[in-house]
Design a protein around this ligand. Structure first.
Ligand SMILES: [Fe+2]
Ligand SMILES: [Fe+2]
Length: 257
């Protein structure tokens, strides 16, 4: 697998933050039916995207010190800023359609509790990967559930950002996973899958009205989630040698032949 440096990610997030993909001069245009099917989920994800990210940043700083990578917390800081942009844009949209920004949601409370007690980078990374994977399906369904041009643009912008977030976190999971010995690796592989699948089910039950409005039934949703799991934390991904190791192996083979 190709692993990018923290400086690469810092530069990526910095340049991505300068790209404006939402035309705020557009007026929101929602039918009553669309509003009814998307509102609750829209409010819940708006709340979820507005986290301060203090615990994640604290964990990232602690972890970065152990691997001697000063730039990693800076990349994480910019990653959190991008998530906050999502919360801000969704909030602005709620204001425009004159609906309240909520302060409490059971799913958000649950994830905040998990985040609060979590000071382990590996747990953070698999948790973020899981939520990002669900987010990609969620925002696509939200986009498909409406004809509102402004909301579609907000979703497209988030979808572009989330794709890079998954790569950023997938590389970190790979690094952490490959620092383990064989047995802890085996355990970790099953623990990741188990956490991912359970969380996928929670997300479905919390947002099934929206997913259905976006023309996704449970089987399509779940097979999409499983496909994403294979791509981010499947055996072939986690156990794949990284490019640097590949080059070393080729070098030693040519040297000894
Ligand atoms: Fe996000
Ligand atoms: Fe994200």
């Amino acid at each position: 697998m190709k692993i990018h440096s923290s400086v690469y990610w810092k530069n990526y997030f910095t340049s991505n933050s300068k790209i404006i993909r939402v035309d705020w001069s557009l007026k929101p245009d929602l039918t009553d039916f669309e509003r009814k099917s998307i509102l609750k989920s829209l409010q819940a994800w708006q709340l979820g995207e507005t986290s301060e990210g203090e615990h994640l940043l604290h964990t990232a700083k602690k972890y970065a010190a152990t691997i001697d990578d000063d730039e990693y917390p800076n990349a994480v800081k910019l990653f959190i800023k991008e998530e906050q942009k999502h919360g801000h844009n969704l909030g602005q949209y709620l204001d425009l359609i004159e609906e309240p920004r909520i302060k409490k949601d059971w799913g958000d409370t649950l994830f905040r509790k998990i985040r609060y007690f979590n000071t382990n980078m590996e747990l953070w990374t698999i948790a973020v990967i899981t939520v990002e994977s669900a987010a990609r399906i969620f925002y696509q369904a939200l986009k498909d559930a409406t004809n509102c041009k402004l909301l579609k643009q907000i979703c497209t912008d988030i979808l572009i950002d989330e794709a890079a977030h998954i790569t950023f976190q997938k590389e970190r999971l790979y690094i952490i996973f490959n620092q383990k010995n064989a047995f802890p690796r085996w355990l970790a592989y099953y623990a990741y899958s188990c956490f991912y699948i359970c969380t996928s089910l929670v997300v479905w039950f919390g947002h099934k009205t929206l997913f259905k409005a976006g023309k996704l039934n449970f089987f399509r949703y779940f097979s999409k989630m499983r496909f994403k799991l294979k791509k981010v934390a499947g055996k072939s991904v986690l156990y794949e040698p990284n490019e640097f190791e590949n080059q070393l192996t080729k070098f030693s083979q040519t040297t000894y032949l």
